[in-house]
Design a protein around this ligand. Structure first.
Ligand SMILES: [Zn+2]
Length: 475
């Protein structure tokens, strides 16, 4: 399979082989377009940070970069440029999903390259891959090169990390070194990491200049983890405890246990944790969190899917056609194992998640959009739009929701000089919308064109890409 990754048909290679279909001819039709000079005329440029949009503007893109943004009367348009009519349209930076899974390490299934066209079709030009291992890093680098070479229609993998647990603090530190040597961009920790190993991971990662991100472990208080330098926290892990009136008691009952026993203890405590939610305490936690600089990736879309039981009816969702067969089966198994108790807990959790995000946002805690795609019910690409809509429901303005999916991730990753906004000199990862997303975040779904690494995909190309993605998965 890996031998195929250098071909133009890379994202189709796995399903083609699995299905033993001769779909190479169709795949060739879906090559990434060549990088040309592109001019978007009379467009309104959305500033995701400054609070105002400017227009009309002529935006010139060449060799994968934005080379000028000018008033129409001042613009010089090369005759060779491909023209895109931006009149009445809105230009935003390419969207970023800060929590995706491209590998299936536990289940030993092939990587989720089937999801690549879905991200691009939804305007997602960058992702943070959340759980790889050393061989995954090799594949990530091949994908990066293939995108760069125009051989692969895929979002840019802005960062990819390796998860470390460790059998002891020493072992955890050694694993961090091995991950650094393998080229990981960060170390990911999960909830079941013992506090002692987690401290060793932080120290070792600091020594290798690697950020530690992921779930604040179930044995560590949120503020302690944030103050100790865990750079991002996913899914509001330990925030529910911190926002309850019984955090100390809950954590005390988790002492001296680790691994599965630790997360099982946490799960058995969950109803009690949620019932002890205290808004006043939560506001205080949010204010203390700001000082630490820890960034939250709350993934409300995941909590929402859970609470709405939407993943309970995957058979009726038209997007199901895009899922690879093994993924469809995984979702079905998940639904089959979902109990009434799970549903009741999710219903209790959802409004509290909503309030925690709201308090954090009000206090100024940095929030990044992330989805955990492809968790059951969370469709890659599409889900980031749901995520931004849910962030708006939690009190972010539409512009702030866009910021959480563009410039905030770029700043977090240290690439804001080249990404995250529509500005001269930045990479031409852009999305052209038919309506103003700062008026209504739902308008971010109204995609007219995507510039992926300076390569233009018009609406017809995007529709063809989706059609192709579905036909590849057809049984
Ligand atoms: Zn995840």
């Amino acid at each position: 399979m890996r031998a195929n990754f250098d071909k133009r048909t890379a994202w189709l290679a796995t399903p083609c082989i699995l299905a033993l279909l001769a779909c190479t001819a169709a795949a060739r039709a879906m090559q990434l377009p060549t990088r040309e000079t592109v001019v978007i005329t009379d467009v309104t440029v959305v500033d995701v940070e400054g609070g105002h949009s400017t227009g009309p503007r002529t935006v010139l893109v060449d060799d994968g970069r934005i080379v000028s943004i000018e008033a129409p009367q001042d613009a010089h348009i090369p005759s060779s440029a491909q023209r895109v009519d931006g009149h009445g349209r809105f230009l935003i930076p390419g969207l970023v999903d800060m929590h995706v899974h491209l590998f299936n390490l536990s289940s030993h299934r092939p990587p989720n390259d089937w999801s690549f066209p879905l991200y691009v079709a939804n305007g997602i030009t960058g992702v943070r891959e959340m759980r790889g291992d050393a061989p995954s890093m090799v594949l990530v680098n091949r994908w990066r090169k293939a995108l760069e070479g125009g051989e692969l229609i895929a979002p840019r993998i802005l960062a990819a990390g390796i998860s470390v647990h460790g059998s002891s603090p020493d072992d955890a530190a050694h694993q961090v070194d091995a991950a650094a040597d393998a080229g990981a961009d960060f170390i990911k920790v999960f909830s079941d990491v013992p506090a002692s190993n987690w401290r060793a991971i932080l120290a070792a990662a600091h020594g290798r200049s690697l950020p530690v991100v992921g779930h604040v472990p179930a044995g560590v208080p949120l503020l302690v983890a944030a103050a100790a330098g865990q750079r991002s926290n996913e899914h509001l892990m330990q925030a529910y405890e911190a926002c309850s009136s019984i955090e100390a008691q809950l954590l005390q009952q988790r002492r001296d246990i680790d691994g599965d026993a630790l997360t099982e203890r946490r799960d058995t405590q969950e109803a009690r944790t949620l019932n002890a939610f205290d808004p006043a305490i939560c506001r205080g936690i949010a204010r203390s969190l700001v000082v630490t600089g820890q960034v939250q990736v709350p993934t409300p879309v995941l909590a929402d899917e859970d609470s709405m039981g939407k993943s309970g009816s995957p058979g009726t969702d038209p997007r199901r056609q895009f899922l690879r067969a093994d993924e469809r089966m995984r979702w079905q198994r998940f639904v089959a194992s979902y109990t009434a108790q799970d549903a009741a807990l999710a219903k209790l959790r959802w409004p509290i998640a909503h309030q925690i995000v709201s308090f954090m946002h009000q206090a100024g805690v940095p929030i990044m959009a992330g989805t955990d795609s492809p968790m059951p019910g969370v469709y890659p690409g599409f889900a980031l739009h749901e995520e931004m809509e849910l962030l708006v429901e939690s009190g972010l303005t539409p512009r702030e929701a866009l910021y959480s999916a563009t410039l905030e991730p770029a700043r977090f990753l240290g690439i804001a000089d080249t990404s995250g906004s529509v500005a001269v000199g930045k990479r031409a990862d852009l999305v052209l919308l038919d309506a103003d997303p700062t008026r209504d975040i739902h308008n971010a779904r109204r995609i007219n064109a995507v510039l992926l690494d300076g390569r233009l995909l018009r609406r017809a190309d995007i529709d063809a890409l989706l059609k192709q993605a579905a036909s590849v998965q057809a049984p």
